[in-house]
Write a protein that binds this ligand. Structure first.
Ligand code: NAI
Length: 212
């Protein structure tokens, strides 16, 4: 950890990528890797990698490189993939279903424990190993199960009211796919938000394509 205990946002953003790359190396049966080779694969400089890992005390040995499984386990520990964050998902439409069914929550240190929707036609319909619950059960469910994280797959218009409710119910961590901008609303330092806009990524690609 750095002396002030703060890791920069850009380092935090690179950690999942290290974790993923090291997982792929493990799958390929690679047990150790030189910093040069890792940097080539990841398209980062060796010094960038060293600097990043030094934030957490540094790993690897001069002349040996990195032990892949040890480094992956260390990075997993830093991210907290060994913990289990209980998550709920609200909005079981097209996007919500895709997120609920196709993401490996466990790999990310999370567990999806409930899926909610306000459409009565969806209540009790199967999703994965469970059933979609009516939003009317949200409060009692949260009180009983104390989820730490909410995944929002609802339209923008419903997001503010729902978030206020979820904050009231003790949720402090939001993975927000709704196009409602949560950050300015919840200035509370204790509340963490990851806004996901697939459209932004596509716009970035469009720009790059048009300006090659
Ligand atoms: P959808 O209409 O298929 O699903 C939305 C679901 O949310 C519906 O089942 C509806 O009953 C439910 N819902 C609405 N208000 C609710 C509330 N207050 N509590 C509980 N459930 C509620 O829409 P789709 O395609 O799944 O998209 C959902 C939202 O995500 C849209 O607003 C869309 O703009 C946004 N979106 C965001 C993307 C991103 O990259 N961030 C990508 C695609 C869509």
């Amino acid at each position: 950890m750095p002396k002030d205990g703060k890791i920069s946002n850009s380092v935090i953003r690179r950690l999942p990528r290290y974790y993923r790359f090291l997982g792929e190396l493990q799958e390929e049966g690679i047990t150790k890797i030189s910093s040069g080779e890792l940097s080539q694969r990841m398209k980062l400089t060796a010094s960038q990698i060293r600097q990043d890992l030094n934030c957490f005390g540094g790993f690897g040995q001069q002349g040996y490189g990195y032990n892949v499984s040890e480094l992956r386990a260390e990075i997993g520990g830093i991210i907290g993939t060994d913990k289990r964050l209980n998550a709920i998902l609200v909005g079981a439409g097209n996007l919500g279903k895709a997120v609920a069914l196709h993401l490996n929550f466990e790999n990310c240190g999370c567990k999806l424990i409930g899926v909610f929707d306000s459409n009565p036609e969806l209540s009790n319909t199967p999703i994965g190993n469970g059933k979609i619950l009516s939003i009317s059960f949200l409060e009692s469910f949260c009180k009983a199960n104390k989820p730490q994280m909410a995944i929002l797959c609802i339209p923008k218009e419903s997001a503010k009211e729902l978030c206020d409710k979820l904050v009231e119910l003790g949720i402090r961590s939001f993975w927000n796919f709704s196009h409602f901008d949560l950050n300015p609303e919840y200035g509370d330092e204790d509340i963490v938000v990851e806004n996901v806009h697939l459209g932004d990524s596509l716009l970035t690609l469009a720009y790059k394509t048009n300006n090659r």
